[in-house]
Design a binder for this molecule. Structure first.
Ligand code: A2P
Length: 277
């Protein structure tokens, strides 16, 4: 059901995905993936840091979901950055996931000094076919500009914290201008924004919940988004956003909720960049 986005490398990625952060335990994992798959989700987003890649692999085997039907993202954690570690850790991730390639491989956080080497490893992993697309997560403009000074190919995705309390318009525009798809983590602001009156008001007009209104806002903004829930009804609800449309006014009302408010960590800045340029 989800819309497909074409990435700068020519690969296609579902715009909506299913986030697996804090989905723990084999039974919960299998059930969550089964529900999500039945509801039409095809993108599944995990990370080395989440510690659940093996559970994802087991769940997909158990459910006999064909590899080519799904799009799997994983991320190289901070302690696995650097050329050799990145390569070795991705091979380990593939083993746990029981896969021979990853659809989208992301650098989880920008670590100054290490990310040029990590990125070189990513370019080689892509050449070897172990990753179909390569990208980054939590990169600010300055990190991307810094990376561009040495990269042979640029990231096709930047996955960042983005929701109505942190709309990230400047970074979205920068990414867009550089053919980088912006992907939202915590697209629901970890639930913090769901009580905003304006979202309920808009939702009532369309017979949708505040969560559905937010996800529709992401969809119409051209952002990729990966909501997560361990509740079956919410997983279904979050995929049921393709039968209504927000007006321009409603889009602007949601944009106006921006408070530059992060629920997660602040990406470190790259001080060398300023020294060098
Ligand atoms: P739960 O897993 O208990 O359903 P984000 O994706 O922004 O990090 O937010 C996820 C949080 O929002 C989770 O705590 C999840 O809780 C909750 N959530 C997910 N979908 C919905 C929904 N449709 N309505 C209300 N809360 C939701």
């Amino acid at each position: 059901k989800s819309n497909l986005l074409t990435l700068a490398d020519g690969n296609k990625m579902p715009q909506e995905g299913f986030g697996l952060y804090k989905v723990d335990g084999q039974e919960t994992m299998t059930e969550s993936i089964q529900n999500a798959y039945q509801d039409g989700y095809r993108l599944f987003d995990t990370a080395q840091l989440y510690g659940n890649e093996a559970e994802v692999g087991m769940a997909l085997q158990k459910l006999a979901i064909p590899r080519k039907d799904i799009f799997v993202t994983t991320k190289v954690s901070e302690d696995n950055q650097g050329y050799d570690r990145a390569i070795a850790s991705v091979k380990e991730s593939l083993k746990k996931l029981q896969m021979d390639y990853i659809d989208l491989l992301l650098v989880h956080w920008p670590i100054q000094r290490a990310f040029f080497d990590t990125w070189r490893a990513f370019e080689d992993l892509k050449k070897a076919g172990l990753a179909k697309s390569i990208g980054v997560s939590n990169f600010e403009m300055i990190h991307l500009q810094y990376l561009a000074t040495q990269a042979h190919e640029m990231p096709v995705v930047d996955q960042i914290e983005l929701h109505p309390l942190l709309t990230q318009k400047p970074l979205f525009k920068f990414n867009h201008d550089h053919h980088i798809v912006t992907q939202a983590w915590s697209p629901l602001g970890r639930g913090a924004v769901l009580n905003e009156a304006v979202l309920k008001e808009i939702g009532d007009r369309h017979h949708k919940s505040p969560a559905q209104v937010i996800l529709r806002w992401h969809l119409q903004s051209g952002v990729s988004f990966i909501p997560k829930s361990v509740h079956e009804a919410r997983i279904a609800q979050n995929a049921d956003i393709y039968d209504f449309e927000l007006t321009n006014d409603e889009m602007q009302q949601i944009n106006a909720l921006n408070e530059y408010k992060r629920t997660g960590r602040e990406p470190e800045l790259v001080y060398e960049y300023n020294k060098q340029y």
